[in-house]
Design a protein around this ligand. Structure first.
Ligand code: TXA
Ligand code: MG
Length: 317
């Protein structure tokens, strides 16, 4: 049920049921992070492999030491600067975090979400919330309560409706090695913003067989409709002539394609607006029974890099 009833959400979590929660990035499938039974339900519902760890959502930076230890100074600095917000830190875990949450790793991924409804909920709970994005493994992440409902209506008593996610793309995941920051997953916090704070960072290269973060699996966030990325829309359209084409473009419509088969993400050229709308646009185009979705490459700056990364994963075979 789609609802805004926080006390119902709270009591579901307290009896170790799973609910959907809004965050500023995407919706999450949430359960008590201290309870193995609740966490097992998340993995089962999402059909997520057990080797793929979850993010633990905490109420404030002040709570970090309850779930993580040996926290490097630059991690604290990033937390102070960007929390609440779309930044996830990977840190050595405290024993209270069950192994199933971290897929047996000795590190835990942690963030403080900024969505007011989920902040409110976290403040009322005496445990943190583990939550992956609220989509079946490998499919497009949800940015509205309706998206979650279309995936899991039968399975959830509570889908907390917090409106459209403000950021629309998952959090940026940062780990640490020898006091230096390493980006494990590009997300809605731009690399440049992190580098302004802590200097040059490394981006960990993709490794399909042992991904550092499964957000890095090459095929991810994928529409069911075959998707191709393009730097030159007219020539890609020519290559697919005669097919039913969906078009996902940054700024401007193309005359050759029916308007309702197009999604223009930001007419003014604002990458943050494009990010906010990307997944909803993919969801809609994917529902039209098209033969191919042609997605325009974004400028490789700021979260344009993240958007291109998501498109590459949506389009790879
Ligand atoms: O924005 C977000 O981060 C959303 C909202 C709901 O908070 N959550 C999200 O969760 O995207 P999920 O499960 O879809 O992605 C979590 C990512 C996965 O790629 C996972 O491998 C990585 O975090 N991760 C979790 N724990 C990790 C760890 N200890 N080391 C490295 N990566 C980790
Ligand atoms: Mg996900």
């Amino acid at each position: 049920m789609i609802t805004t009833d926080l006390s119902l959400a709270k009591s579901e979590l307290q009896r170790n049921a799973i609910i959907a929660i809004p965050t500023e990035t995407v919706y999450g499938l949430a359960g008590n992070a201290f309870n193995e039974v609740a966490i097992a339900k998340i993995f089962a519902l999402k059909q997520r492999p057990l080797y793929n760890p979850l993010i633990v959502h905490i109420k404030s930076a002040g709570y970090l030491d309850h779930v993580a230890k040996d926290i490097p100074q630059i991690a604290r600095q990033l937390a102070d600067k960007f929390w609440p917000g779309p930044l996830t830190l990977v840190l050595p875990k405290q024993v209270v975090i069950p192994d199933i949450v971290t897929a047996g790793k000795d590190t835990v991924a942690v963030r403080v979400p900024s969505h007011p409804m989920t902040q409110d909920l976290l403040q009322q709970l005496d445990f943190p919330i583990a939550a992956p994005s609220a989509n079946p493994f490998g499919s497009i992440s949800p940015t509205t309560a309706q998206h979650v409902d279309s995936y899991f209506a039968q399975d959830l008593n509570v889908i907390l409706d917090g409106g459209t996610c403000q950021r629309g793309i998952e959090s940026t995941i940062v780990g640490f090695s020898e006091g230096k920051a390493i980006i494990y997953r590009l997300g809605s916090l731009a690399i440049e913003a992190i580098e302004t704070e802590v200097g040059k960072v490394t981006i960990r290269t993709l490794d399909d067989h042992a991904p550092a973060a499964p957000g890095m699996l090459s095929k991810h966030y994928a529409p069911k409709t075959p998707t191709v990325m393009s730097v030159d829309i007219p020539s890609t359209l020519a290559a697919y002539q005669g097919k039913r084409i969906g078009l996902l473009v940054f700024q401007s419509v193309h005359e050759d394609i029916p308007l309702n088969h197009q999604e223009v993400l930001s007419p003014s050229g604002d990458l943050e607006e494009a990010a906010q709308r990307l997944y909803a646009a993919m969801h809609r185009l994917d529902s039209l029974d098209l033969e191919v979705i042609v997605a325009e490459q974004f400028p490789e700056i700021g979260i344009g890099q993240t958007l291109n990364d998501k498109l590459r994963r949506a389009s790879s075979d």
